[in-house]
Design a binder for this molecule. Structure first.
Ligand SMILES: Cc1cc2nc3c(=O)[nH]c(=O)nc-3n(C[C@H](O)[C@H](O)[C@H](O)COP(=O)(O)OP(=O)(O)OC[C@H]3O[C@@H](n4cnc5c(N)ncnc54)[C@H](O)[C@@H]3O)c2cc1C
Ligand code: SF4
Ligand code: SF4
Length: 436
């Protein structure tokens, strides 16, 4: 059920207008679940003029359909850990949320640790789950051949496929565009699966679990990465242009891995292989990052409702810019649920993962200063957006108001006014999704 704020904001709009407003107000992150909820004959994810993948309405929508989408879409609803998964003994930190334990972890196989994005925690879990037979498949993301700067949903049923999908996709990725079909198949074949996606994907799937009990029945684990956002398509095109590469010439793009963080490697139709280090791709101090608007006001980049969230562990949040060395790669495992703890224990005991030293929330703040700042500022940013009559996601269980009250009045005012100015300057506005 939408908040009074959203209801008032959208009163009098047609269902199509209500739905398109999510994108027009910059809150669509392109997860694709809306396509799956009503079917591609009604909403289809397509690449639009600004280079993003966006949901295009194909047939007039009904109010009930749009209300359901808005209850599930991570642009309009984000909630913390469902109460049923808050287990005895869990801790609750205002920034880092519900967790049982946090510790260093990485893939036991040096080869997998090297090839994965950070230390191979998520790939190691995927391999354990498949090889042990605990799940039949993993739904996650890999590099598409048609648009290699993006990601696309991928189902892994074998070791080779889990390995193929390892690594971070820092481009638009509609991981959930077929989720209802995935659940239909899982139900028909009585198959269990695990889901790996960004925190906003996890929010969408948890939201959908309130509408479809098959999510909890067939999806045994929801695993995520701590996420600061991806490179917007315009930023990617600029980066490629500076390398004298046309967007359409790219045949393969690996963002990181083969070291931590490892190089960003681009292959082109004419056989060029261009490798740039993380510094050259993202810019020193992340100065080249061009994030989608939804990521700039993300209320949950830490995977509040996942069973396990995996993060990088560089002091200060970035690799060593001075020496530009890559390290062996160690993840922080933020293990939130009891079943997440048990899964980690089994994967460690079976030789897939190594457990390192325990970590504290202070360590996490040191590794992820950008996440701590964003979590503390988001409520003020939402307030600035509301002043302009902009869509903000309804939130619950994310401690945002409590963090807002811990900030100084001047900090909150700066954040509110800054965001309001950016919204008024059109920085959070997108055109109504239309066919190219
Ligand atoms: C968009 C994005 C932003 C990130 N921002 C941060 C950050 O702010 N701080 C931080 O510490 N770490 C961040 N990371 C996470 C980091 O890059 C590693 O992914 C994380 O530490 C997990 O490492 P790993 O070695 O276990 O991953 P791997 O073992 O390489 O496994 C990665 C898994 O994630 C899946 N995956 C990758 N990209 C996507 C995607 N776009 N959508 C859905 N599934 C995907 C893959 O299919 C694979 O299963 C980000 C990752 C992404 C994709
Ligand atoms: S965020 Fe996902 S559900 Fe929401 S409009 Fe965009 S693609 Fe659809
Ligand atoms: S920053 Fe938030 S909205 Fe952006 S991709 Fe990550 S989880 Fe999704």
């Amino acid at each position: 059920m939408a908040s009074d704020y959203l209801k008032t904001l959208q009163s009098g709009l047609t269902p199509n207008q209500k739905f398109n407003q999510i994108t027009e107000h910059g809150m669509c992150i392109g997860c694709g679940i809306c396509q799956s909820l009503v079917g591609p004959e009604k909403i289809k994810m397509e690449i639009v003029a600004n280079g993003y993948e966006r949901p295009l309405i194909q047939q007039t929508l009904k109010h009930a359909e749009v209300d359901k989408i808005m209850d599930v879409c991570p642009g309009t609803r984000v909630e913390g850990m469902p109460e049923s998964l808050v287990d005895e003994g869990s801790k609750n930190d205002d920034v880092w949320g519900i967790f049982q334990e946090i510790y260093f972890s990485y893939a036991a196989s040096p080869r997998i640790r090297h090839m994965a994005s950070t230390g191979g925690l998520l790939t190691g879990l995927g391999l354990y789950l498949i090889e042990s037979g605990e799940v039949d498949f993993i739904l996650h993301a890999h590099e598409p051949s048609h648009n290699p700067t993006f990601g696309q949903p991928f189902i892994s049923r074998s070791v080779e496929q889990v390995l193929e999908a390892s690594g971070s996709r820092y481009g638009p990725t509609a991981t959930l565009e077929d989720i209802v079909e995935v659940l239909n198949q899982a139900e028909e074949k009585k198959e269990k699966f695990a889901f790996i996606g960004t925190p906003c994907d996890i929010s969408a799937l948890r939201n959908y679990a309130r509408h479809d009990e098959r999510v909890d029945r067939y999806c045994l684990y929801m695993l995520t990465m701590v996420c600061g956002g991806f490179m917007e398509p315009a930023g990617m095109r600029k980066f490629l242009k500076n390398l004298d590469v046309n967007f359409d010439e790219v045949t393969s793009l690996r963002y990181r891995g083969y070291g931590c963080p490892g190089p960003t490697t681009i292959k082109t139709q004419d056989g060029r292989v261009i490798s740039k280090n993380y510094l050259e791709f993202w810019g020193e101090d992340d100065s080249a990052w061009q994030l989608p608007p939804r990521c700039k006001v993300c209320p949950d980049g830490i995977g509040d409702s996942a069973d396990i969230a995996a993060s990088d562990t560089w002091d200060g949040g970035s690799p060593d810019w001075v020496s530009q060395k890559t390290d062996l790669g160690s993840n922080a495992a933020v293990v939130r649920t009891r079943r997440g703890c048990e899964l980690m224990d089994r994967a460690i005991q079976s030789g897939y993962l190594i457990r390192g030293d325990s970590l504290t929330v202070e360590d996490m703040n040191r590794f992820q200063p950008h996440q701590e700042t964003k979590k503390r500022m988001v409520w003020a940013r939402f307030s600035g957006m509301k002043m302009t009559g902009h869509i903000v996601p309804d939130t619950k269980g994310l401690r945002l108001q409590s963090l807002f009250h811990q900030n100084s009045d001047s900090t909150n005012e700066n954040e509110m006014n800054g965001t309001r100015s950016r919204v008024e300057a059109g920085k959070f506005s997108e055109d109504t999704p239309a066919k190219l």
